[in-house]
Design a protein around this ligand. Sequence first.
Ligand SMILES: [Cu+2]
Length: 525
Amino acid sequence: MQITPFNTPLPVPKIQRPLYVKEGVAYYEVTMKQMYQKLHKDLPGTVIWGYQGIYPGPTFEVKRNQKIRVRWMNDLPDEHILPLDHTVHGAGVEVPDVRTVVHLHGARVRPDSDGYPDAWFTKNYQVVGPFFEQETYEYPNDMEATMLWYHDHAIGITRLNIYAGLAGMYIIRDEHEERLNLPKGEFEIPLLIQDRSFNPDGTFYYPAKPDDLTAPVYPSVIPEFFGDTILVNGVVWPYLEVEPRKYRLRLVNGSNSRFYRISLSNQQSFYQIGTDGGLRENPLEMKSFLLAPGERIDLIVDFSDLKGQTVVLKNRAPAPFPDGELPDPSTTGQIMAFKVTKPLTVKDTSVIPETLNKIDYYNENQAYIIRPLTLVHREDVYGRPIMLLDDLRWDDPITENPKLGSIEIWSLINISDDTHPIHLHLIQFQILDRQPFDVDHFNETGNLKYTDDRRGPEPAEKGWKDIVSANPGEVTRIIGKFQPYTGRYVWHCHMLEHEDQEMMRPYEVIPKMNVIQKLIQKIKH
Ligand SMILES: [Cu+2]
């Protein structure tokens, strides 16, 4: 199908308003609905699943330390709009096909509001998963100003629910950020980037099986999904008319499996001001950056010298990453266009401050434990490739159980061929370093023989992260403090096809067994 790029304007999702505010706590209700939505001028309407019936869902905008409550509701049809594989963990024929649960990605929340994959619910909560606890989730927002995103996390069908449209953005503001005088209002644009394919009738296309599958499973999950079009905020290759001035662009990669290596067509620099979990210490000038599935980046782009010009946001990351095919420059090699056609309405007084934030970096000597964890490639009973964390499956007993308040190093030993974007719930962590090792030697002996020196995180990765790209043949070390809640969370690969096929593990933050901790636990309950 011929879809012309840059002829449909970029939509910016509206801000979700609370139903009411009681004793300082805003209460929201959000319903997941099936709707038709026009995703490009050349496309007929597409059946989407959206929070409040729109794709992407409405954006939340909250203040730091102001608690909110959200009642998430499901008003979706009983049948899935995408090919559903019942052989995948948690998606058997014994459970309803259409199950949903919402995860606020990057947020520090209690386990009962985190969207545990088995805490799913169906329409009107008629059937609920074994870990379902409550209809209304509580978000304390006790985090630095940053952009999170919310999306579906139901066991075994996350790849399909997010693909259908269940994703939205969530912005936390604070006074410190406000004082920095960054571009704001209509000059601050959140951008949710996702790849999709379409059937000729305009419906979403998602493969019903891998091309090379011989086992009699139909529909069957696929190893990874890569679409042939790129959407931003639910529009294929949109354009945005901008003024010749500075803009703040807040990107999230909401794609199932696609990485992006992003640059501007005129080779102009960006200024990175933030990572997944907050502002950087200082702005970083750069011409391109990698954005893995689930990752966010906070940028300032200055269009002031580009009056009348059009610049295109380009992608040159191979799919699969890092050793797959390079994107076609005329299709998946482009993301959106900025047309600098609007006149300057008011003088641009926003700034790119020299100092943005103060970050306390962990020292590896503070770590209570170092956990070596392998990322491995295996086959399932149907001969399909699956990726595992520490060679264990979702249903295996919990092996990662950090003590509340303890600092840990997780050492990700990747012996597979893919870069896996690893995401931990509950915490924001820091990337310590990466180091290449001899994979064959490791496979034979179980011992690590390093082949080069450790190198620190990429400049754009310095700061608070909740996703880390673990490259093949490298040990990637992250450090984080497990707080402020105890209970069960998950860690997983954010390539959704991997996540749905066992590349996800529960972990549990356990209470510290000293007298004071015991007492606090008692008081809390
Ligand atoms: Cu993966």
